[in-house]
Design a protein around this ligand. Structure first.
Ligand SMILES: C[S@@+](CC[C@H](N)C(=O)[O-])C[C@H]1O[C@@H](n2cnc3c(N)ncnc32)[C@H](O)[C@@H]1O
Length: 591
């Protein structure tokens, strides 16, 4: 690996220790240029990075964050005062003492709430059983004596039994629902999930159903993280710094005033994984940057903040209906360096020109399979065709991005491609742009491992603005074809089986049709042979062939035939008319 480039990339993530691996693949990129792809593999575990609670007030409950004890500690957890980290954006002074005091109390509150919310407390059942035992003992004693007591305890027992039965039924219902949805998910996307081992797949599906921690990003155009944290803590919100790697992120545990956020200081609730593409892009002040698929602007506003409202951001969105939210967010967040456009991203090189910008963020439209925890319908609503269509669009968008970015940019020449999908086909859009092989699992941020929404981020560096020669294009075309061939070959057994079954059925149908046709033809032949004296015994001309051979009548012949028909009709009418007249005369005579 080229250490310089590695250094460069690590530089982008200076101080970021969650980078598991950073591999670089120099490769011929299909289409027009040579591009170096730098694949950054993120292993973030928000929960474990967050460390102990900060500033939680007495009695405040920790809600809806995943149980920490189940999370994998991918990163070295910073055990030191997170409050310092949280409030250390600049000088680290003026930390409210109150917060430090509450840290210790916090731990207790936290672990309690985890136990109760998880239902994982190993002692809980014992305590219940103990109670039952005691009651049983009392019952035995009362049997020997007072009837009224035993009646009461009988009723209690029965009531308890009914309750238990109900609870069991509920549990079974829940279990069967969960199994059905898992089955549905597995069967509907079986072929696309083939890259996972069964156990891992189950873990992944489980992870989809867990709520993610709520993350906030401080809008540094309006405030500092420490100030925001101070405001939130004063309002009784429990929060942690997201981690050392994010100087703006906060993890929030009980956002009570969710509907009335202080609009001038934060963007809203976002997933930690959405920080990563912008961090990877590392926009610099005064650069020209394109956000190819921008709405609703979560990443554009972050880019603008990192650029301190300097330079230019072209924020493009194809769907007109989504422009409103994009512009509204830009205004709300105080972004002033952005031009909003409404093009199909594939058309942008024609509008902005080739080799015209320093960096491009392509947060591609995707199947959304990485965000099932937010939108459950993704489980069953996405067909294989949807995924393939997405992948095709993504490839075309990547190619447009490559055309637009300037390899000679002094500070940039980078493209960041991200999707919130964990589907191989979509991740492979990069490959389909003829970038050499990417190992699929390793590049995705997987929900069950990282406790984030599934996500894929790759950073590309354009190496040259030169267009390849015809020969190179042809070679690359072949490479592309080869990739497509490989992909086609990789269709899973299910697919093949399905296809085979279809083919067999079709063959059978065709056979039946052919047999019927043959029968029909031979019957017609027989008829023709029997009925027509013109066709001798030895003549093998079929009725069909005869029909084919029959000459089409000329126009004159058709006109003549029509005239004859008309005359015959007139004659028939006339005859009928005279018949009627005679009949009516007859009847008059009779009267
Ligand atoms: C994943 S979302 C972008 C989210 C955004 N980057 C953010 O962080 O808020 C993808 C966006 O791409 C838009 N889109 C879909 N097809 C597009 C195309 N051909 N060109 C440009 N944008 C497109 C969608 O309407 C959608 O708003």
């Amino acid at each position: 690996m080229d250490m310089e480039k590695k250094g460069l990339i690590l530089g982008v993530f200076e101080g970021v220790n969650y980078l598991d691996q950073c591999c670089e693949i120099n490769c011929n990129l299909g289409h027009s240029v040579n591009v170096c792809i730098v694949v950054c593999i993120y292993s973030c575990d928000v929960g474990s990075m967050a460390g102990p609670k900060l500033g939680r007030k007495k009695g405040a409950k920790a809600i809806s964050h995943p149980p920490r004890k189940k999370q994998k500690a991918v990163l070295p957890v910073e055990e030191e005062s997170e409050k310092e980290e949280l409030l250390s954006d600049s000088d680290g002074k003026d930390e409210p003492e109150k917060l430090e005091e509450s840290d210790e109390e916090e731990e207790g509150v936290d672990s309690d709430s985890e136990m109760s919310s998880d239902g994982d407390d190993p002692f809980a059942n014992d305590i219940l059983q103990g109670n039952d035992d005691e009651e049983d003992g009392t019952d035995e004693g009362s049997d020997s004596g007072e009837d009224s007591d035993s009646d009461a305890s009988d009723i209690e027992k029965r009531a308890r039994a009914i309750d238990e039965e109900k609870a069991r039924e509920k549990k079974m219902q829940k279990l069967s629902y969960s199994l059905t949805s898992k089955k549905k998910l597995m069967s509907s996307h079986y072929r696309l999930w083939r890259c996972f081992q069964f156990v891992e797949l189950m873990e992944l599906i489980e992870a989809f159903e867990k709520p993610r921690p709520i993350c906030l990003r401080t809008n540094t155009l309006k405030t500092r993280r420490r100030d925001l944290a101070g405001v939130l803590l004063n309002r009784g919100v429990n929060l942690d710094p997201l981690s050392k790697w994010s100087k703006v992120g906060l993890v929030v545990y009980d956002l009570k005033f969710q509907l009335e956020p202080p609009q001038n200081i934060w963007l809203g609730i976002i997933c930690a994984s959405s920080f990563l593409p912008v961090m990877a892009l590392a926009p610099q002040e005064k650069e020209r940057i394109v956000d190819m698929a921008a709405a609703p602007g979560g990443k554009t506003t972050y880019v603008a903040a990192l650029m301190k409202n300097t330079g230019i951001i072209y924020a493009n969105e194809m769907k007109e209906s989504r422009l409103k939210s994009l512009t509204a967010n830009l205004h709300r967040m105080g972004v002033t360096n952005t031009i909003v456009s409404n093009y199909d991203g594939r058309e942008l090189p024609k509008v902005l020109g080739n080799n015209s910008v320093d960096r491009i963020l392509l947060d591609a439209p995707c199947s959304g399979t990485g965000v099932i925890s937010k939108d459950e319908s993704v489980k069953t609503s996405k067909s294989a065709l949807d995924i393939q269509n997405c992948a095709h669009l993504q490839k075309q968008l990547i190619l447009a991005a490559i055309d637009m970015v300037d390899a000679n940019s002094k500070s940039g020449g980078y493209i960041v491609y991200s999707t919130c999908s964990i589907m191989v086909a979509e991740i492979r859009s990069l490959q389909r742009a003829s970038i050499s092989h990417l190992d699929r699992e390793d590049k995705a941020l997987l929900s069950h491992v990282h406790n984030m929404d599934g996500f894929f981020v790759a950073k590309l560096k354009k190496m040259s603005n030169m267009k390849p020669t015809l020969q190179e294009s042809e070679d690359l075309g072949e490479v592309e074809e080869a990739h497509e061939l490989i992909e086609r070959n990789e269709q899973n057994e299910d697919d093949q089986k399905h296809q085979k079954e279809k083919v067999v059925k079709n063959n059978q149908k065709e056979k039946v049709v052919r047999v019927n046709q043959k029968k029909k033809i031979s019957q017609e032949n027989k008829k023709v042979n029997n009925g027509s004296s013109k066709i001798g015994k030895g003549e093998k001309t079929s009725a069909n062939e005869q029909r084919m051979k029959r000459k089409r009548p000329s126009r004159e012949e058709i006109a003549k035939a029509r005239e004859e028909k008309r005359q015959a009709l007139r004659e028939a009418k006339r005859k009928a008319g005279t018949g009627n007249k005679a009949a009516s005369m007859k009847s008059q005579d009779a009267d």
